[in-house]
Design a protein around this ligand. Structure first.
Ligand SMILES: [Zn+2]
Length: 361
């Protein structure tokens, strides 16, 4: 128990103690403040410094966005959606492509990637964003090389040829749909064709040995792996020009009539063989011919199970004649890339169904 007087004295003492504590801390602060400038910096200069420091944080993010955009590491292709696609589109816009930043890998994005690939060495032209394309785009972002959008592949819309047929604008993308309703441009001859390192049942150096680089490399790898399984695969027919198809179709029509010819042959422009992404394959077990029995040979069965691992599909499967417009052709391989091929072959669907699904999502 304190009496009033004792209480007052105690309160006063505490106040004095607190005051002296405050003073001493003020003193310390003052000393630091006085020491810190330590040189001849005037007040104005200090203000200038402060302004510069204030401005920096506003500038920095802009600079970072342009120079340090982090490109996606996953493979992206037509129909893909999301933040990674948006980042890719932002990067393409920075290097000069006037495309919409929609977050959807649409035809415009496919074109920009195809064009970018066509202006770059050591990268396959596919329209698909992959590791090699990432490196190329990184170089453009660093401005080590400059790009002229459209110089590799002019931006061209799909155009109606007649009521039933569209001429596709980007014949170079490996997910291009070519069928009785979607034709290649008359003058399309792929600029990146080579002869795959595989067996052919003939020795002549014919144009039909050729395929586009990306498909030729995949075919070579597939044949090498099939060899390890003691299989006897032969390549029969790859690239076919518009003119050759024109001649072939005309001769089929004169022999079988147009309706019949349509079920097994393509009209000029509508053959996948003109794309350079296709190879008809066969084996000695069917006398190197292109017949449905090939599907029952060891080679045919192995292809059905493994072609997708190399990016190929059996383009005209059994039971899908209504969709593809063609009878079953176990020998006709079409390159579409591993991602699409895996889905198509695992699910037993056609390229038509696959594209409709990924483009309608
Ligand atoms: Zn074929």
């Amino acid at each position: 128990m304190f009496n009033n007087k004792a209480y007052n004295i105690l309160t006063l003492s505490i106040l004095l103690l607190l005051l002296s504590a405050c003073n001493s801390s003020n003193n310390t602060t003052e000393v630091i403040v006085e020491e810190e400038p330590g040189d001849s910096t005037t007040e104005n200069e200090q203000e200038d410094q402060t302004q510069t420091e204030d401005e920096q944080p506003q500038e920095e993010p802009e600079v970072e966005e342009e120079e340090e955009i982090v490109l996606p590491t996953d493979e992206l292709q037509k129909g893909d959606q999301g933040d990674h696609v948006q980042t890719l589109q932002e990067a393409l816009a920075i290097v000069g492509y006037e495309i919409s930043i929609s977050g959807t890998y649409n035809l415009e994005t496919v074109w920009a990637i195809t064009d970018l690939q066509m202006q770059s060495e050591d990268v396959f032209v596919t329209g698909i964003y992959d590791d090699a394309t990432k490196l190329v785009l990184e170089n453009y972002l660093k401005e080590e090389v400059t790009i002229s959008p459209g110089e590799g592949l002019p931006l061209t819309d799909d155009k109606y040829l007649d009521d039933e047929t569209v001429v596709i604008g980007n014949p170079y993308e490996v997910l291009a749909l070519i069928n009785k309703q979607h034709a290649l441009p008359v003058d399309y001859k792929p600029s990146d064709m080579v002869v795959p390192d595989v067996r052919f049942p003939f020795v002549e150096d014919l144009p039909k040995k050729q395929m586009r680089k990306v498909a030729a490399e995949a075919l070579t790898k597939m044949f090498a792996d099939a060899d390890l399984e003691s299989l006897d695969l032969f390549a029969q027919s790859g690239y076919r020009s518009y003119e050759t198809q024109d001649y072939l179709f005309a001769s089929y029509v004169s022999n079988h009539g147009e309706e019949q010819a349509n079920t097994f042959s393509a009209r000029p422009g509508e053959s996948e063989h003109q794309s350079g992404l296709t190879m008809d394959v066969t084996s000695p077990h069917v006398n190197y011919s292109l017949v449905t029995d090939f599907g029952e040979t060891e080679e045919g069965i192995w292809l059905h199970e493994h072609a997708a691992e190399y990016g190929f599909i059996i383009r005209y499967p059994k039971g899908k004649e209504d969709i593809t417009g063609y009878q079953y052709e176990p020998w006709h391989l079409r390159y579409v890339g591993v991602k699409a091929a895996t889905t198509i072959m695992e699910r037993g669907i056609t390229l038509e169904e696959y594209l409709e699904e990924i483009l309608s999502e």
